[in-house]
Design a protein around this ligand. Structure first.
Ligand code: NAD
Length: 417
């Protein structure tokens, strides 16, 4: 893994905003407010572990900007979570929600823990304990969490249940990514991948040579990476490499992600999947492929390995996988990047649909959800493309320019500048 020492994702997020702000000579009063979150809560909460001992867990919730609506963004359970990471992720959520035009600001939460080391009952206690600790600042009209790395619909169910016990009210709209039985939306499980798939389709339309016998490498085989690999495979793309936290596998002739998924479930690892070669995560990033899809964590492509990237296109499904310095190197090499705030916005779009359905108390079919999602993603892609032509900017900077214009208008109406 090509991780640099101490890359602060929040500094990266600020650089991305500043680059776009400079291009459009953004009002400095607006810029200054967007360079810091409005509120960051740090909580330390005690949990009784299975052995009877008390362990104190640390968690964060960052609310970056509320000018366009309540804050919204996932909750990450990971041993490496930091306050800076959560602040960065909440900042990216503000820009994602603005670029894809859903009526939210950006939020994000995290708990420092390794779910792989917790029993199911300990995981439930951590999920409930974290929600009790942040309950004052969340709510369907305040801040609406969702799943992120190493959290899933079961975690969302415990969190919803705990919140409703505390408030004494039914509040399905306080959290999204819930099980269908508790008010979740059909299609939410596949939403991030479906959005990234639509983005890839638009990328193909723009550069029609991309999608002839396309070779694809995907880093990260979780909720986002797995479904996307499956959709791309089923539409005729050649998935030549896949990885997870333990490393990856490669086969020039390609592999079926569904078979890989079953193999991983049975063996606990991708390694040894028939007719593939074991590779490292860094090998995967440097493969000569048409499309590289980082779908794991931030800071994977840095100035240390950017010069070795051979992909023609990068579709960022993870948040912040490319540092600003690496971005410049890839730009110089002519590698086109579809930025995270556009590529992975399908998750928050369907989370928004889930929240709308919760507020209405009326539920849509999966088909309706997917039609609406496609419409949103195609529109977002076209709008970013238009900005990139108008401002002679990369897709990333163009996405930030579009988001900034919307944020500037809402902040000005509120008298914030
Ligand atoms: P997940 O927990 O379902 O899966 C994470 C995957 O990344 C796993 O396969 C894990 O093994 C792998 N991984 C973890 N550490 C790794 C490492 N050091 N190197 C390589 N692989 C590693 O998480 P997810 O929901 O699929 O999220 C993946 C990325 O997509 C994150 O950056 C997340 O913020 C982003 N994202 C997710 C959603 C969503 O709705 N799930 C929405 C938007 C963005």
């Amino acid at each position: 893994m090509a991780k640099e020492e101490k890359i602060d994702p929040f500094e990266n997020a600020k650089k991305q905003i500043e680059k776009a702000a400079e291009k459009v000579s953004l009002d400095p009063n607006i810029l200054n407010q967007l360079l810091m979150p409005e509120k960051v809560l740090v909580v330390n909460f005690p949990i009784r572990m299975d052995d009877g001992k008390i362990k104190v867990f640390t968690g964060f919730r960052s609310q970056h900007n509320k000018s366009r609506g309540p804050t919204k963004g996932g909750i990450r359970f990971h041993p490496d979570v930091t306050i800076e990471e959560v602040m960065a992720l909440s900042t990216w959520m503000t820009f994602k929600n603005s670029v894809i035009d859903v009526p939210y600001g950006g939020g994000k939460g995290g708990v420092i823990c390794n779910p792989k080391d917790l029993s199911v009952s300990e995981l439930e206690h951590v999920s409930r304990g974290y929600i009790r600790a942040i309950a004052q600042i969340i709510g369907p009209k305040k801040d609406i969490p969702a799943p992120d790395v190493y959290t899933n619909q079961n975690v969302m169910a415990w969190m919803l249940d705990e919140y409703e016990k505390l408030t004494g009210e039914s509040s399905p709209g306080v959290i999204t990514g819930k099980p269908i039985e508790l008010g979740g939306s059909l299609g939410r499980d596949k939403a991030t991948s479906m959005g990234a798939f639509y983005v890839t389709e638009k990328l193909c339309e723009l550069n029609n040579k991309v999608c002839k016998n396309t070779s694809i490498a995907i880093q990260g085989f979780g909720n986002a990476g797995y479904y996307l690999a499956k959709m791309l495979y089923e539409t005729g793309h050649n998935i030549i490499a896949i990885s997870d936290s333990k490393g990856g596998i490669y086969s020039k002739k390609g592999m079926d992600p569904t078979e890989v998924y079953h193999y991983k479930n049975n063996n606990g690892s991708l390694k040894g999947f028939p007719e593939t070669k074991n590779i490292t995560n860094n090998d995967l990033l440097e493969l000569d492929v048409d499309i590289l899809i980082p779908a794991a964590l931030e800071n994977q492509i840095t100035d240390k390995n950017a010069k070795n990237i051979k992909a023609k296109y990068v579709v960022e499904v993870a948040n912040g996988p490319i540092t600003p310095k690496a971005d410049e190197i890839l730009d110089e090499k002519g590698i086109m990047i579809i930025p995270d705030i556009l590529s992975n916005s399908g998750g928050v779009v369907v989370s928004y649909f889930e929240w709308v359905q919760n507020n209405l108390g009326y539920y849509w079919s999966e088909e309706e959800v997917m039609v609406k999602l496609k419409e949103k993603i195609y529109k977002g892609f076209d709008e970013v493309h238009k900005q990139s032509i108008e401002h002679k900017a990369s897709f990333r900077t163009a996405a930030y320019i579009l988001a900034l214009a919307r944020l500037e208008r809402s902040m000005k109406f509120r008298g914030q500048a």
